[in-house]
Design a protein around this ligand. Structure first.
Ligand SMILES: Cc1cc2nc3c(=O)[nH]c(=O)nc-3n(C[C@H](O)[C@H](O)[C@H](O)COP(=O)(O)O)c2cc1C
Length: 274
């Protein structure tokens, strides 16, 4: 897709609140949810659940509890966070904020995909949570966080104004720009700062993240040691490369991540005792 096309799509999308009575095909609604699951997700937790409602009677009754929605939409997607899963996958930070962020990004994917299908949509946060939870029979740990109503627009909507770029965009100024020279002393203090910040993060992170933080410390140490006389530079580069290639296994395949940590330890031990 070309840049102009994606910019046009982003700018064309409008919040639509009035729809024709036409039903929305299930394949279209499924496609919207498929777009949602390809949104980024903090820690790749994907603790979301999407409940699609396309039954006219239910939508009619639910609309009574959506103060801002004047007329029942032809379809609605309820974006929920499974907080039990979120806690297990992404820790306390996940529960506090990442789940909601994931849902927001998924919602934008839904609304952009809807636009390409010539469907109108609108994010709705003004709803009674208990009623939605009850009506959609959501388990205790699953909380509805946002609704997206969908349908064929009754009429084109005018774009609400945007605050101008000049008002909201701020370029980094000279005073906030980091020192350009990365000498050993700066690298050392940055590493200290990183360890302190990582220790603070570990308070909220799931335990498994501790390995990742320690690997980051190793990577920074390896960077600092580059060009250092008396050290085996090839070994350092290989180790750096190995970490770079394998660290993402933590999110994708925890068993293989463990295997990689064993390999890494063996590699370093072999060097140590050679
Ligand atoms: C998180 C969020 C919650 C929203 N909740 C509501 C809502 O409860 N009712 C409503 O009519 N519109 C709601 N909207 C739609 C906004 O009013 C709309 O996006 C904004 O006016 C800009 O218009 P546009 O989407 O056409 O660009 C919500 C939008 C977002 C992002």
């Amino acid at each position: 897709m070309k840049l102009e096309q994606i910019m046009a799509l982003i700018k064309q999308r409008r919040s639509i609140r009035r729809f024709s009575k036409e039903k929305i095909e299930r394949w279209q609604l499924e496609l919207l949810v498929e777009a949602a699951i390809w949104a980024p997700s903090g820690s790749n937790a994907q603790a979301w659940q999407f409940v699609v409602v396309d039954d006219a009677a239910t939508l009619q009754r639910l609309t009574a509890f959506l103060p801002g929605v004047l007329q029942a939409p032809p379809a609605m997607i309820c974006l929920c966070v499974d907080y039990q899963r979120e806690l297990a996958q992404a820790g306390k930070l996940g529960v506090k904020i990442l789940g909601i962020m994931d849902i927001s990004m998924a919602a934008q994917n839904i609304m952009l995909a809807a636009e390409t299908l010539h469907l109108g949509s609108c994010a709705i946060r003004g709803f009674n949570e208990d009623v939605i939870k009850k009506a959609l029979v959501l388990p205790e740990q699953v909380k509805p966080e946002l609704l997206v109503i969908v349908g064929k627009p009754l009429q084109p909507a005018k774009a609400p104004t945007r605050r101008p770029l000049g008002e909201v965009l701020r370029w980094q100024t000279t005073s906030t720009r980091a020192k350009r020279t990365m000498d050993k002393k700066t690298q050392f203090y940055d590493l200290l700062a990183y360890i302190a910040a990582a220790a603070k993060e570990m308070h909220n992170d799931p335990q498994i993240y501790a390995s990742l933080r320690l690997l980051s410390v190793m990577q920074r140490l390896l960077e600092m040691a580059a060009d250092e006389e008396g050290l085996d530079q090839i070994f350092l580069q290989e180790t750096q490369q190995m970490i770079l290639e394998k660290r993402s296994l933590l999110l994708n395949d925890r068993e293989q991540f463990g295997v990689f940590l064993d390999q890494l330890t063996r590699k370093i031990a072999t060097k140590n005792f050679s």
